[in-house]
Ligand binder design. Structure first.
Ligand SMILES: *[C@@H]1O[C@H](CO)[C@@H](O)[C@H](O)[C@H]1NC(C)=O
Ligand SMILES: *[C@@H]1O[C@H](CO)[C@@H](O)[C@H](O)[C@H]1NC(C)=O
Ligand SMILES: *[C@@H]1O[C@H](CO)[C@@H](O)[C@H](O)[C@H]1NC(C)=O
Ligand SMILES: *[C@@H]1O[C@H](CO)[C@@H](O)[C@H](O)[C@H]1NC(C)=O
Ligand SMILES: *[C@@H]1O[C@H](CO)[C@@H](O)[C@H](O)[C@H]1NC(C)=O
Length: 488
């Protein structure tokens, strides 16, 4: 299994505390992500009322709705993607769904750099001139990527997802990017909170939630596992299920353990506190400053503070910091013969990461060592907010639970996967294809750059946004990237 040229750059959704002394330090850890193809499907909408909601409109909407978006799983659990439709008439695209960032962006048809996948095939892109409702906001848009940036301009158009439609939704129209999006994907949908948006735009999900378009103020994920599947596994497989506005009871068993987030200051990431972490049954002690965790569907791995992660490996005999060329600083190897059981509690039950998800891949030599999917953050990259996340809890963990991201009150909840959900793991099938539904709930975006001057952002807010952009630019050079391998 030679190191494959398939490389995908992780969207850099974290911000570095870039003090001068940190600057020279390079890259921490490879966040493993893979692209998935996605589709959406609005058939689950329960109500047929068409809603026309305006910002500041009725708080007592009768016809709330819910929708479902079938996901794709790309490159053995590296990325999970869903589909959206943009413009008039609507055209559908597959985008990575990322609860660790807050901007939506799509490749432009006038893309000049980074417009193809690793095989040289052009990725599906957005032709803004063919949409009657597209509006150019004429401000620059920049997305930090692992090894570079995506550049473009900010635009506005109608965006549909899971049967919901948001008019005047801001998003980046990207003309140049360094990095490679996986085949069939066209961009990324940020599903974290508005304060984290580098374009200062309200994310689509938050436009819907704040307009009370949802029956329940929640988004949920069920993510499939193909990493240990045997038999025929293709680069794109079914990825599970994303819902907006409802919790699908057939996807979990037992109780959902909702853990409320801190609401002051306003949330940026979806964050929880790691209150207990065990490895092979032994608890790791975590300093109180090392407990905050961003719950991030857009990151493949679990990554945490170096000292905490070294404690994890201290409980795994034969493990060591990885010195193989395919590793970056922060990664570890351990004996492939060891089934490693890690559990994490966020104030409630202990949730297990299966040994199958702990394992990334074997080293191809006689050492019997395997690269692990939990690594150390060498340069702290998460800095926004008063209690910035010390951990990134990505798909390595999230494949093991049903996850619920609640708008009001803000919380993240987990539940055990149902037999029906587990039965979707490793079953080779066609990934969902992007389909167009009839939007049953329609909302107008609550804010945009063009009315930014009227927004009640304090100057502190503006400062923070500017600072975050600057820091994002800086941190782009710290190269959070993801390398992965496609194993046929
Ligand atoms: C819940 O998930 C199941 C299994 O995928 C699916 O058949 C069902 O339609 C979903 N429920 C709703 C209301 O969409
Ligand atoms: C938006 O306008 C700017 C110039 O104001 C231009 O550079 C950019 O290409 C336009 N973007 C799109 C998507 O039309
Ligand atoms: C951590 O979890 C383990 C396993 O559930 C439990 O035995 C231990 O008492 C917990 N430790 C703390 C500090 O809560
Ligand atoms: C993959 O890992 C899961 C979780 O540990 C396990 O339940 C499943 O049986 C494994 N599948 C195969 C094919 O080994
Ligand atoms: C925004 O600020 C203005 C001036 O300070 C104030 O009059 C107005 O009520 C504020 N609006 C909101 C929605 O907070």
């Amino acid at each position: 299994m030679a190191l494959n040229p398939f490389v995908f750059l992780t969207f850099l959704n974290v911000v570095t505390c870039a003090s001068a002394s940190h600057m020279p330090q390079r890259l921490t850890l490879q966040l493993l992500r893979q692209p998935r193809s996605q589709e959406w499907d609005s058939r689950s909408l329960r109500s047929v009322e068409h809603l026309k909601l305006k910002y500041g409109g009725s708080r007592d909407i009768k016809g709330r709705a819910s929708g479902i978006n079938l996901l794709g799983n790309s490159q053995l659990d590296s990325d999970y993607y869903g589909s959206i439709a943009v413009g008039t008439p609507p055209v559908s695209y597959n985008v990575i769904l990322d609860t660790g960032s807050s901007d939506l962006w799509l490749l432009s048809s006038s893309c000049t750099q980074g417009c193809a996948d690793s095989n040289g095939n052009l990725l599906p892109s957005l032709d803004t001139s063919s949409s009657a409702s597209f509006k150019n906001i004429s401000s620059a848009f920049q997305v930090p990527y692992g090894t570079g940036m995506a550049y473009g301009s900010l635009g506005q158009d109608t965006v549909q997802m899971a049967g919901f439609q948001v008019a005047e939704q801001n998003f980046g129209v990207v003309t140049s990017q360094e990095g490679v999006l996986p085949s069939s994907l066209s961009g990324l949908m940020g599903l974290a909170w508005e304060g984290l948006s580098t374009s200062q735009s309200t994310p689509l999900w938050q436009n819907l939630a704040s307009s009370r378009a949802w029956t329940d103020p929640v988004m949920t994920f069920q993510l499939t596992r193909f990493g240990n599947a045997t038999g025929n596994v293709k680069p794109l497989e079914p990825g599970g299920q994303f819902t907006m506005g409802f919790i699908n009871k057939s996807m979990y068993t037992g109780q959902i353990d909702h853990q409320n987030m801190q609401t002051s200051p306003a949330p940026l990431y979806w964050t929880l506190s790691v209150t207990n972490l065990t490895v092979q049954g032994e608890s790791i002690s975590l300093a109180t400053t090392e407990q905050t965790a961003a719950i991030d569907t857009g990151t493949t791995l679990v990554a945490g503070p170096a000292d905490a992660v070294s404690q994890i490996y201290a409980n795994i005999p034969g493990s060591q910091p990885c010195t193989y060329s395919q590793c970056t600083q922060g990664q570890y190897t351990y004996p492939c013969s060891t089934a490693v059981q890690v559990t994490i509690s966020f104030g409630g039950p202990a949730w297990a990461i299966s040994p199958a998800d702990f394992l990334f891949e074997p080293i191809q030599d006689t050492s019997g060592q395997c690269i692990a999917n939990i690594g150390a953050i060498i340069v702290s990259p998460l800095s926004l907010g008063s209690n910035p996340p010390a951990w990134i809890i990505g798909d390595t963990f999230l494949k093991n639970v049903y996850s619920v991201f609640r708008y009001d009150p803000p919380s993240v909840g987990f539940a055990a996967l149902s037999t029906a959900a587990l039965a979707m793991n490793g079953i080779d099938a066609s990934p969902p294809s992007a389909t167009m539904g009839i939007p049953l709930a329609i909302v107008t975006a609550t804010s945009s750059s063009s009315d930014m001057s009227q927004r009640n952002g304090s100057s502190n807010d503006n400062l923070r946004h500017k600072k975050s952009l600057l820091v994002l630019l800086l941190s782009a050079f710290l190269s959070w990237f993801v390398l992965f391998e496609y194993r046929p």
